[in-house]
Each structure stands twice: as structure tokens, then as C-alpha cells.
Ligand binder design. Structure first.
Ligand SMILES: [Zn+2]
Length: 267
């Protein structure tokens, strides 16, 4: 289902008073989940104008409680706090929303405690369980929720330029979220792919698609010294890390990359 269809579906459920108490959202599309929560809370069914919509947008809505893994796991203490939150009356007369992020990281104890809430959700609550993938999620949780499979989120491309690569090698590159690491890896993939094409065909077209390339001699001359074989190996490594970037720690990903680059003396 497209994002628009999913919103329509929830709008229909809300209008018919048929909203379920809990949904499992599978996939990597947090902005869409936020839109759904806005729709659930907004008295005008997602107007983007009212206090409710704006507070959801600014992450300041008092009727939303977020649970996210701490140290890679959702802990039982967090679930107990969330249960307390759900038992209180709503601030804005609407629903109390519990949002669980990265639900695939539920600790067993926390998951068991949470099952009770899923079986008997407090009146007027809306529980959104978000998991980028269903693997690792307890079957008992999966089976108790309505499942919504989210379409892939077409992220706005970040404006990377070659100075990011310099920052990376100076150890100064930091990412606010994982999706930025993925974007950076994709940016590297394109740069190295273009270089590989240039090395093989001697055609500069693709290479200078990136305006900053000529200006950045530090990177240009160093990559230019790598052999075709090494370039293909680097590309392969970047793609491997890119494919695993949802599952590995950001620092580890950057270190793996750095090790590979050091091997071919780029930096
Ligand atoms: Zn609104």
C-alpha cells in the first residue's frame, strides 16, 4: 500500500470509529507513522494546522509517549513507565498514544510485560509498535497486533559533497541518524562507481558530474592512484557495509570502511 492509501485507510477507520487499539508498523518509514499518529490525535483528522498536529510535528505532544531501546534493548522498566502513562487520562481529550520504536529489540522480560498491555489495552489508547523488520520480534507480539507494512520511505537526499569524505578521514564525520550513514555510503558508492567507469573508459563525463570533484585535488589524486582491481574491491566493500548498515553500529561501519581505505593507501 502506498503512504497515501495507508493514511486514507486510517482516516476511514477513525471516521467509522473502528480504530484498533494497537498496530504493528513494519518497515522503515517513520515520517509516515508520524502522519498516522497526527491523524489519530487531530480532532480535524490531520489538518496540519491545529495545536495537536503542530505538537505532534514538534515532538512536544503530551499525549504521546515514546519507548526506544536503551543500550540496544527495550527494558522492562521502560515498559512499566509506558503502562503508567497509558493508565492516565488524556491531556487533550483525544487518545493516549504509545509509540514503540525498534520493537525488534524487545528484551524478553519487557516483551512479556508488554503482552499484558496488548491483551487489555487501556481505553482510549493507541499503541503504535514500529519495527524496521519483523525478524527478532516475538511471535506473541506479532500475532496480537494488526500489521501494516509500510512502503519504503523516499528520503530527501542529503546534500553530500566531497568535503564529507575529508571529514570522514579526519574522523570528524558524525551522523545524527542511521539513515544519514546510509546516504553517505550511497554517496561513496556513486563516487567510486564513477571513478571506476572513468578508469576503464577514460571518459570523464560521469566523473565530473560532481562539480566539486575537480576542485578537490586531495581526494581526486588519491583515488586516481588506485588500480581498477582495488577500486572494484572498494566498491564491493562499501556496498557490503551499505547493505548491513541497518544492522551494524555506525562507528563500526565507518571503521570497517576506513580500514579498507587504509589498505589501498587512499588516506
Ligand atoms: Zn490537526
Amino acid at each position: 500500500m502506498s503512504g497515501e492509501k495507508i493514511i486514507q485507510y486510517f482516516r476511514f477507520l477513525k471516521e467509522k470509529n473502528m480504530l484498533g487499539p494497537s498496530y504493528l508498523f513494519a518497515g522503515d518509514n517513520f515520517p509516515l507513522i508520524e502522519e498516522i499518529i497526527k491523524l489519530v490525535i487531530c480532532k480535524n483528522n490531520l489538518c496540519n494546522n491545529c495545536w495537536d498536529c503542530k505538537s505532534v510535528q514538534n515532538h512536544t505532544h503530551p499525549d504521546i509517549y515514546i519507548v526506544a531501546p536503551k543500550n540496544t534493548q527495550i527494558r522492562i522498566e521502560d515498559i512499566k513507565d509506558a503502562q503508567n502513562f497509558l493508565s492516565l487520562k488524556s491531556f487533550g481529550l483525544g487518545k493516549r498514544v504509545l509509540l514503540i520504536k525498534d520493537a525488534q529489540t524487545f528484551g524478553l522480560e519487557a516483551a512479556n510485560a508488554f503482552l499484558k498491555t496488548l491483551e487489555e489495552p487501556p481505553k482510549n489508547s493507541f499503541i503504535a509498535i514500529c519495527a524496521t523488520k519483523l525478524e527478532g520480534l516475538l511471535p506473541t507480539i506479532i500475532s496480537r497486533c494488526r500489521k501494516i507494512f509500510l512502503p519504503y520511505w523516499e528520503k530527501e537526499p542529503l546534500d553530500f559533497n566531497l568535503s564529507w569524505i575529508s571529514l570522514f578521514f579526519d574522523g570528524k564525520l558524525n551522523f545524527k541518524e542511521r539513515s544519514e550513514l546510509s546516504s553517505f555510503l550511497w554517496f561513496l558508492t556513486v563516487i567510486f562507481r564513477n571513478f571506476l567507469v572513468y578508469k576503464i573508459t577514460k571518459s570523464e563525463g560521469l566523473l565530473f558530474e560532481n562539480k566539486n570533484f575537480q576542485a578537490n585535488h586531495r581526494i581526486f589524486s588519491r583515488i586516481n592512484n588506485i588500480s581498477v582491481k582495488e577500486l572494484s574491491e572498494i566498491l564491493e566493500t562499501i556496498l557490503k557495509i551499505y547493505n548491513a548498515s541497518n544492522n551494524i553500529n555506525e562507528k563500526l561501519a565507518l571503521n570497517l570502511l576506513k580500514t579498507k581505505f587504509q589498505k589501498v593507501n587512499i588516506f
